[in-house]
Write a protein that binds this ligand. Structure first.
Ligand SMILES: Cc1cc2nc3c(=O)[nH]c(=O)nc-3n(C[C@H](O)[C@H](O)[C@H](O)COP(=O)(O)OP(=O)(O)OC[C@H]3O[C@@H](n4cnc5c(N)ncnc54)[C@H](O)[C@@H]3O)c2cc1C
Length: 301
């Protein structure tokens, strides 16, 4: 699939992202915003720390974006992994794929993101959580700017601790009570009380989305309807989750090990100029999370 972590996201247009979305559209580059708008299950919903959020359906978004990209005449190489670059001075001449293919180009845009791979999730997180990137099946992320000799920058969640945990999981609606699912599908959001003995304020510090690291998210379980039920916490032990009324039989669908961990992000950012050119390289640009410590899809746009 294309879209990377966008396959498990969903929240758009909340808070300042509304303005950012409208600006992107006014600037003539709102194509992806139009597609997420069209695939929204809920519009203008509020939950702690978030106002007027729109929620796209994570189960319909990828084919919609893929079809649109193809309709623009862009060729997508699926199941292809870039493993190295060929350089001549500061110029990238071409890239090597894992099957040995060599592809030449005039200009390259590095969009490999900042998440994982497995070794990093083990070193800086709680191990591979079997997230949407599927590193064990498709191979690890490779920083192409680093392969070209430009050192990555890395984010710290506290002094000398690198990376930050992704801030949400997905639960299977089929394993939740009918009452909860009906309410979730009607309103888009559930706020369920965490039993007193299970409230953990320390966990707020480890997540990517620090602007939403609010007390409400430790004292409550916040669930959003993005097709699956999006649980707004990095991870939550399954046994504790099943103590909550209506979640007695609940299961994780993303990441599979959501009971103990999540993907670790912010591990690979390219130093760049404001026109997105990677410093030290003549013809490699970057975009998305690779270009800064950004929290979400809108910022990646
Ligand atoms: C669980 C979770 C929930 C989220 N929820 C939200 C949300 O509700 N709202 C929001 O705005 N944002 C959310 N985000 C963040 C958002 O998904 C990311 O900010 C965004 O997807 C970043 O886009 P990107 O293209 O820069 O990187 P990525 O999405 O990481 O994509 C990078 C892609 O590059 C591929 N790749 C890496 N190395 C190679 C290589 N060598 N060769 C070929 N391909 C390679 C990867 O497989 C991946 O497909 C969430 C993220 C997670 C993990």
């Amino acid at each position: 699939m294309i879209l990377g972590l966008g396959n498990v996201g969903g929240i758009m247009r909340n808070n300042g992202r509304y303005t950012a979305s409208e600006e992107l559209m006014a600037l003539g580059c709102g194509d992806l915003i139009n597609i997420t708008d069209e695939n929204s299950r809920h519009k203008n919903i509020d939950f702690p720390g978030h106002k007027h959020a729109w929620l796209y359906d994570v189960n319909t978004i990828e084919p919609a974006v893929r079809d649109y990209v193809r309709s623009m005449g862009i060729k997508i190489n699926l199941i292809s992994r870039v493993i190295d670059v060929k350089k001549d001075g500061n110029k990238i001449k071409g890239i090597y794929l894992s099957d040995g293919t060599y592809v030449e180009g005039d200009v390259f845009i590095e969009t490999t993101g900042s998440t994982g791979p497995m070794g990093n999730c083990l070193r800086y997180g709680n191990g591979c959580s079997m997230c949407i990137l599927r590193c064990p099946a498709f191979g690890p992320r490779i920083s192409l700017s680093q392969r070209a000799g430009i050192d990555d920058l890395q984010g710290e969640r506290k002094e000398d601790v690198l990376g930050a945990f992704s801030g949400s999981c997905k639960l299977s609606k089929d394993t939740m009570s009918k009452e909860l699912v009906d309410e979730l599908e009607k309103t888009g959001v559930l706020v369920l009380k965490v039993p007193k003995e299970d409230i953990n304020l320390d966990k707020l510090q480890i997540k990517v989305c620090q602007q939403y690291a609010l007390r409400e998210f430790a004292e409550n379980i916040v669930v959003l309807d993005t097709g699956h039920a999006k649980l707004m916490t990095c991870y939550y032990p399954l046994e504790k989750l099943r103590k909550i009324k209506g979640l007695e039989k609940v299961k994780y669908v993303d990441p599979y090990a959501g009971g103990k961990g999540n993907s670790v992000r912010y591990l690979s950012v390219a130093p760049r100029t404001d026109d997105m050119k990677i410093k030290g390289l003549d013809n490699m640009f970057c975009a998305g999370e690779k270009s800064g410590l950004f929290v979400g899809h809108t910022e990646a746009c």
